[in-house]
Design a protein around this ligand. Structure first.
Ligand SMILES: Cc1cc2nc3c(=O)[nH]c(=O)nc-3n(C[C@H](O)[C@H](O)[C@H](O)COP(=O)(O)OP(=O)(O)OC[C@H]3O[C@@H](n4cnc5c(N)ncnc54)[C@H](O)[C@@H]3O)c2cc1C
Length: 393
């Protein structure tokens, strides 16, 4: 019996995962990538932390996604531990860092991770066609490429990525091709990005680049522990990135988002007040520094929103230390975001991500409208979606 053919459009982690797990006895699989190489955004991710996934109990893990139920079955079919086991099997051992993020073992470069996966795909007979930018369909409903090529395959898997870091090839211009076919799409919006704050000039001149470590930031119903950095633009860092979905929700109704930073998540407000009240020191700056162990940045932040009188009110300070209010007035430009939401509307897809209006056409990875914090959750979802679909075929 002759094999069915599959075209995978895009060559990022979602595509690579699908190609790694599809049954090549049954299917002839070709990846069509617009760039001259695969996985450019994967390599960009590698320049930073390169969190391949996150070490966390799967129940908790699933809850990191928005909406959690959309990806639940995919994540259960190929969990964070499954991903680590598979990577190890093909020659990429991993380790768990102090923040529970999973990295390739020390000494293994991102390009080696990518090359190892690509070698694995080659050994499975997966074919690659570079410089093939898909630009829609022709009148015969064949896939049309910018270089003039057209192809028709039994099944098509779109894995075109999100709408940020266009230098990597993920421009999201393909949204219009789906819209022309009346397939529901959602405009791209930045996620996991820096957020804008109208800082006091003197404060930010002095503290731009300063981290606020071991804090907990709240927005809406979510609280995230971690670290943020003050910048001229506003705030960046994992703790604020993880609140992206709540911040976007607030922007919709209020145009701004109110967040609070707990400078001392390990202490209750009552305990902060006790420490402030029982100190033998006389100067408030010294009490905050030595008894509460606040940094100069914490202290100047407190000063920036209190009058002289309020700065000496222990009750007022205890309250602010536990919930320092900041107004977020905007997000960084989409191209600078680590990830995007938007793309193909979830309602356009079946449980296995088949486009309802276009049978045998599937969408996986960041091109579908879901959200997750960075730190391994994005890549894990892409790998899980690829695996889930491949095992369904
Ligand atoms: C700076 C940065 C750091 C990151 N760090 C992490 C991290 O540490 N951990 C983590 O989990 N995630 C991280 N991410 C996010 C992660 O890299 C992405 O979520 C992931 O790469 C998405 O995979 P994908 O396969 O869906 O899409 P992509 O990786 O974007 O791949 C899509 C591919 O499709 C190709 N393509 C697009 N349009 C066409 C077309 N019309 N025709 C043909 N090909 C096309 C693109 O060229 C691209 O190669 C980071 C992202 C950035 C930008």
């Amino acid at each position: 019996m002759s094999k069915q053919t599959i075209a995978i459009l895009g060559g990022g982690p979602a595509a690579l995962s699908f190609a790694a797990f599809i049954d090549t006895q049954k299917y002839d699989v070709t990846i069509y990538e617009k760039n001259k190489q695969l996985g450019r955004k994967f390599l960009v991710a590698g320049k930073g932390g390169f969190n391949l996934t996150h070490s966390e109990d799967i129940e908790q893990f699933i809850q990191r996604y928005t909406p959690a139920d959309f990806l639940e079955d995919a994540l259960r079919s190929f969990t964070n531990t499954d991903l680590q086991a598979w990577l190890k099997e093909i020659g990429i051992p991993t380790f768990t860092g102090s923040s529970n993020r999973i990295y390739p073992e020390k000494g293994i470069k991102p390009i080696e991770v990518l090359d190892t996966i690509v070698e694995f795909l080659k050994s499975r007979g997966i074919r690659f066609n570079f410089e093939h930018e898909w630009i829609g369909w022709d009148e015969n409903q064949s896939l049309l490429f910018k270089n003039g090529a057209t192809i028709k395959t039994d099944k098509v898997v779109f894995a075109l990525g999100g709408g940020s870091w266009s230098v990597t090839g993920s421009k999201g211009e393909w949204l219009t091709y789906f819209e022309e076919k009346n397939i529901q799409t959602v405009p791209f919006e930045p996620s996991n990005c820096a957020y804008q704050v109208e800082w006091d000039n003197a404060l930010i001149e002095k503290h731009a680049g300063a981290p606020i470590k071991n804090c907990a930031i709240s927005c809406g119903k979510k609280t995230q522990k971690g670290e943020v950095v003050l910048t001229q633009f506003g705030l960046e860092g994992n703790a604020i990135y993880a609140l992206s979905s709540e911040i976007r929700k607030a922007f919709l109704t209020e145009k701004v988002a109110q967040i609070t930073i707990d400078f001392k998540p390990a202490l209750r407000q009552k305990e902060v007040l006790e420490k402030l009240s029982s100190s033998w020191r006389t100067k408030m700056g010294d009490i905050l520094k030595h008894d509460i162990r606040l940094s100069p940045t914490h202290i100047d932040l407190l000063k920036s929103i209190t009058s002289k009188e309020e700065f000496h009110s222990k009750e007022k300070l205890a309250k602010l230390i536990k919930a320092f209010p900041i107004t977020i007035t905007g997000a960084a430009p989409i191209d600078e975001a680590i990830s995007t939401v938007g793309g193909i509307d979830r309602s356009a897809l079946s449980h296995y991500c088949e486009i309802q209006k276009l049978p045998n056409h599937y969408c996986i990875g960041e091109m579908v409208d879901w959200d997750a914090p960075t730190g391994g959750y994005l890549l894990q979802a892409c790998f899980s979606m690829g695996h889930f679909l491949a095992k369904h075929f």
